[in-house]
Design a protein around this ligand. Structure first.
Ligand code: NAP
Length: 377
């Protein structure tokens, strides 16, 4: 018997309405930040009475949108309220949603995921049960968690969700032996990278990549947010003529560096519009743990580390990557000297390798995108 046929009719209904709540929540993408994506459905049986989602930061929350859409003459007898994230319990830009839910008199609430925000963290769920509301939790929780995965991690750790991304040939090379990497993948794959960038607060590269590729690191040709550009450069050796510095006034640009950098040089870079973040050093290089803490303090919830191999190797060595997007092109570059995605020392036995979740695949023209998670939030 399949999982679906084993479900009771109530469970099937709960999943159906929660799936809709998650679907409409996603419509707030790019606009609710730094708030999470939340959708709400009020239904009796199969019949949807009202729905709403958090449309933009500062605007009504999903539950209040749904109540506003409800016919005031509509009785809520026998109705359930579905919401993908626990209603808020605190005064933010708007009053607590839990008050609106309790005042409505609705007697059954279905929540997919508890809100990890320390200001909420189960308080609204408690209030619901205390007030005699039937509470069902965990319906489509996996899907709901994925929707707000970066928010979840940020709330739990005050650090951003870290995505590692690279493009490689079929034989696992991210550049040819001389360092040339333009272009390994085709246009569809590169378009997908811009979509991913549009969900991020920052794109991070090592100084090796900045020097070799002179990248723009901007989001182009797709809707989304404009991530900050970050170069990790322990001694501030980035040249003033490099595109990233020359365009620092047009696109937010950060240099992550250490006390090893010459203060005059940093002053000069600041005068050109580059923001400087000083972090601790580990060995002679940027301490990646301290860097993530500092990103968290800026409120960055999601960052995209685009390489190269040395920087990604450090992230993997410290087990700091949450998700990997690996684009593979049907090409063989070959050669012992051509770099691979995760540099550094690596592990000495396969049994010590970082374990990732089963991979999802996406065909992009001739290329494929493999996505896998190392940590779940
Ligand atoms: N195919 C792809 O997806 C892709 C993506 C990106 C790059 N690439 C290719 O990769 C090559 C560049 O890679 P790369 O490995 O030479 O350079 P990288 O990883 O971009 O930069 C490495 C440099 O970053 C600095 N750094 C500071 N702190 C660090 C830390 N904790 N860990 C590691 N590095 C740190 C170091 O220089 P300092 O000590 O001076 O600070 C280090 O030499 C180029 O050929 C580029 O085309 C390919």
């Amino acid at each position: 018997m399949s999982e679906e046929t084993e479900l009771s009719s109530q469970e099937k209904l709960d999943r159906q309405h929660m799936a809709r709540a998650i679907e409409i929540a996603a419509k707030g993408s790019y606009h609710t930040y730094p708030n999470p994506l939340v959708g709400c459905v009020i239904a009796r049986g199969d019949l949807v009475l009202a729905e709403g989602y958090h449309k933009q930061f500062g605007g009504l929350h999903a539950e209040r949108e749904a109540f506003a859409a409800l016919d005031p003459k509509q009785s809520l007898d026998g109705a359930s309220l579905y919401v993908n994230l626990e209603p808020c319990a605190h005064h933010g830009q708007t009053p607590p949603c839990i008050d609106a839910v309790l005042q409505s008199g609705i007697k059954r609430v279905v929540v997919a995921q508890r809100d990890p925000n320390p200001k909420v963290d189960g308080r609204s769920l408690e209030q619901l049960t205390k007030n005699g509301v039937e509470l069902v939790t965990g319906v489509l929780e996996k899907e709901a968690r994925e929707l707000n995965v970066a928010f979840n991690k940020f709330m739990m750790t005050t650090r951003p969700f870290v995505i590692a991304k690279w493009a490689m040939s079929l034989d696992g090379k991210i550049a040819a032996r001389g360092g040339d990497s333009k272009w390994i993948t085709g246009e569809d794959a590169r378009h997908r990278v811009h979509e991913i960038r549009g969900h991020c607060d920052a794109i991070v590269v090592g100084i090796g990549t900045a020097l070799k590729d002179n990248p723009r690191l901007t989001r182009r040709g797709v809707e989304g947010r404009d991530p900050a550009r970050v170069v990790v450069d322990s001694t501030a050796r980035i040249p003033e003529e490099l595109g990233l510095v020359a365009t620092a006034r047009d696109h937010q640009t950060f240099l992550v560096t250490t006390n090893l950098a010459d203060p005059d040089r940093l002053k000069r870079l600041r005068s050109l519009g580059v923001n400087v973040i000083k972090v601790a050093f580990e060995g002679q290089r940027v301490d990646v743990n301290d860097m993530l803490d500092q990103f968290g303090r800026r409120g960055w919830q999601r960052i995209l580390v685009e390489g190269g191999g040395a920087l990604l190797g450090s992230f993997f060595a410290h087990d700091l990557v949450d998700r990997v997007h690996c684009f593979i092109a049907p090409k063989i570059i070959g050669g012992d000297k051509a770099p691979s995605p995760a540099g550094g020392t690596g592990v000495s036995a396969v049994s010590d390798a970082l374990l990732c979740s089963p991979m999802k695949t996406e065909a992009l023209g001739q290329d494929v995108l493999l996505t896998t998670d190392i940590h779940e939030w």
